[in-house]
Unconditional design. Structure first.
Lengths: 99, 354
């Protein structure tokens, strides 16, 4: 599945300072449905190059990291349960860097 | 299965304010689901209400906005110039930046502020540590190492902003401290038993008796909303950490606040409320304010902290004024000395000092 992943607010520093990543993510074999719950560990192991604890805490994003799916706050779409579709745009922004 | 076309994944279909458009975010303060357009309105008008209700500004005043190039001050500069126009505040607004002299950090963020100067049409004044003190942060770190450098950074920055504000002849300085920052500072001051700062840090205006009062129009504004606003409006801000600020204790408090917010977003406002409602026992000794005998800056001791630190740097004794060394102010009463030393030791960079 084609997705566009965007990192901002300093999170891009964790992935070689690249802000926008066009990626192809395989659907999980069991469900054939990609959710944010599947995407986060994929991002963690494929895109994050350093200090993963700035991005992930437990099984979700670290508190203070905002997530938008197609420019909509993921708190409105069920956070980890948000289902992703082809061509979706997922944005991660840290609120923790600088003032 | 729930139908989902295009980008619409929100469970509730419509904004709970206008009932017309798709919601774009959940407000942490109210848990309302609102659309982008309604968000802009409530975000800006809430700040307007805070400004009006607390009488932060008077028509005709010159106001400096402390601008670091980061998200808070960038959004503050944008919103303040909008509100000034929309509601005819009659304010002359300026951007005021401090150049600490940190290669690869401040020089980049200053570029952001310079773009903001053009984008928002606000005149910019930059004051540098090098000009004011004869030392850049890079030079100070070379001399003292990474330990304690935030003491210098914090003390010098505070004075630098005051001096810059005096050069601009402004009546007041507005800073971008947000609700999360203030909740964090309340917590830190409790953890340190710093009662003097605890009572001061929740005030929306401070230093009214001094030459340049400071105010915090974002006192009740959540960081999440500031970042969402900057994102939706595509505001240009800089977001790299200060390379010299490995402040673990503050980071801890920050993380704790963010954990609480996730469970119950109102926690941030409640901590601020708790800070406001603290009453100080009359037996707690407050340091009395005077002026520094060397530079005239407000100080509760003979020399202000910047002068003590500077003296140490210039004499090649950079530990002067940090830790337990007896120095310039060492002839003072033991009690006072203890308070001074404790504050200085625990003082960190950025927003701790209000
Ligand atoms: Zn609406
Ligand atoms: Zn610093
Ligand atoms: Zn002084």
């Amino acid at each position: 599945m084609q997705l566009t992943l965007e990192f901002g607010g300093g999170l891009e520093l964790l992935c070689d300072s690249v802000k926008i990543h066009n990626v192809d993510v395989d659907l999980p074999a069991e469900t054939q449905k990609l959710t944010m719950k599947h995407l986060l560990p994929w991002v963690r192991s494929n895109l994050i190059k350093e200090r993963p604890e700035m991005f992930i805490k437990g099984d979700t994003v670290r508190p203070g990291v905002l997530v938008l799916v197609n420019d909509c706050d993921w708190e409105l779409s069920g956070q980890l349960d948000t289902t992703l579709e082809d061509k979706d745009v997922v944005v991660f922004i840290s609120t923790l860097h600088g003032g | 299965m729930e139908e989902s076309h295009g980008g619409d994944k929100a469970r509730s279909r419509l904004c709970c304010i206008c009932n017309q458009r798709r919601p774009a975010l959940r407000r942490p303060k109210t848990l309302q689901q609102i659309c982008r357009e309604c968000f802009y309105v409530v975000f800006e008008e809430e700040i307007h209400r805070v400004i009006v209700d607390n009488k932060l500004f008077k028509s005709g005043e010159r106001i400096a906005i402390g601008a670091s190039g980061g998200k808070d001050s960038t959004v503050l500069a944008y919103v303040m110039s909008e509100l000034n126009r929309r509601h005819n505040y009659g304010l002359d607004l300026f951007l005021l930046s401090v150049d600490e002299g940190i290669t690869g950090y401040r020089d980049d963020s200053l570029e952001t502020v310079k773009r903001n100067e053009v984008q928002y049409g606000l005149p910019l004044k930059v004051v540098s540590y090098k000009d004011l003190y004869g030392w850049t942060m890079d030079e100070i770190v070379k001399m003292i190492g990474l330990k304690n450098n935030c003491t210098f950074c914090g003390v010098f920055r505070r004075q630098a902003l005051d001096r810059g504000a005096a050069l601009l002849k402004v009546d007041k300085l507005a800073t971008g401290h947000n609700a999360d920052d203030i909740a964090e500072t309340v917590l830190l001051n409790i953890l340190r038993g710093d009662i003097a700062r605890l009572s001061r840090c929740t005030s929306i205006i401070t230093g009214e008796d001094g030459p340049i009062p400071r105010c915090k129009p974002f006192k009740y504004t959540y960081e999440k909303e500031i970042v969402m606003y900057a994102y939706f409006k595509k505001l240009d801000y800089f977001s790299t950490e200060c390379i010299y600020s490995p402040n673990a204790y503050r980071g801890f408090a920050r993380e704790f606040i963010k954990d609480l917010e996730r469970i119950r977003p109102r926690a941030i406002l409640d901590i601020i409320k708790s800070g406001e409602d603290f009453r100080i026992a009359t037996s707690t000794k407050m340091p009395e304010q005077g002026t520094c005998q060397r530079c005239g800056y407000i100080s509760s001791q003979k020399w202000c902290k910047a002068c003590v630190l500077l003296e140490g740097l210039n004499r090649g004794l950079p530990k002067l004024g940090i830790g337990r060394t007896r120095g310039i102010n060492g002839d003072r009463q033991k009690d006072d000395q203890q308070i001074g030393v404790k504050n200085l030791q625990s003082k960190a960079c950025e927003s701790l000092d209000f």
